[in-house]
Design a protein around this ligand. Structure first.
Ligand code: NI
Length: 183
């Protein structure tokens, strides 16, 4: 099953998500839904708020990029109730996009490495260190759980230049091959 992707301007994208209880009844369905919706939209990460659920979970699969970046080989994970416990390394810039903000890409500065605690799909606690592109993808998805979007991290001038485009996205005026929903 796939879900519509909620677009920029949807209130759910601005909420801080709640932890998922260990006995959450539809966890497997939610995980499948996130992966299927992400693959269907050609994304490499998707967070629950993007399908309208204010829950602390996101999925990533960047293994398709391994030819360009060998560090991403096998980088497929489910992150439940994640907490980034430290940001490390140096600031790097990369041109990011987001399924909730189609057709906009902007340079975003982020830390090059992170330590993160989370539960996997079997609710086993894990603590892991990520760097490079994996660390960037995780930070982008993690921000969704905090109600933050990458457009919050660009300069006020750039944001002003994007204002009309963002307004039209929030009204559902987008041309993408996946299902979308707007506020
Ligand atoms: Ni995103």
């Amino acid at each position: 099953m796939t879900s519509p992707v909620f677009l920029y301007g949807s209130p759910v994208l601005r909420k801080v998500s709640s932890d998922i209880p260990e006995d959450y009844p539809e966890l497997d369905e939610l995980i499948d839904n996130l992966f299927e919706t992400m693959y269907h939209s050609d994304g490499i990460g998707l967070a629950a708020p993007q399908i309208g659920k204010s829950l602390r979970i996101f999925v990533v699969d960047a293994s398709s990029l391994e030819e360009e970046d060998s560090s991403l080989s096998g980088f497929k994970r489910v992150f439940i109730n994640p907490r980034i416990i430290s940001y490390e390394g140096e600031l790097t810039v990369y041109n990011e996009g987001c399924l909730s903000i189609p057709d906009i890409r902007e340079d975003v500065e982020r830390e090059s490495a992170i330590h993160i605690r989370y539960c996997d799909s079997d609710f086993n606690y894990r603590e892991e260190y990520f760097e490079g592109m994996a660390a960037r993808i995780i930070q982008h998805e993690y921000d969704h759980l905090e109600g933050r979007l990458f457009t919050d991290l660009i300069s006020p001038l750039k944001k002003r230049l994007l204002k009309r485009k963002l307004t039209s996205i929030s009204k559902g005026r987008v041309e993408v091959k996946y299902r979308v929903k707007h506020a």
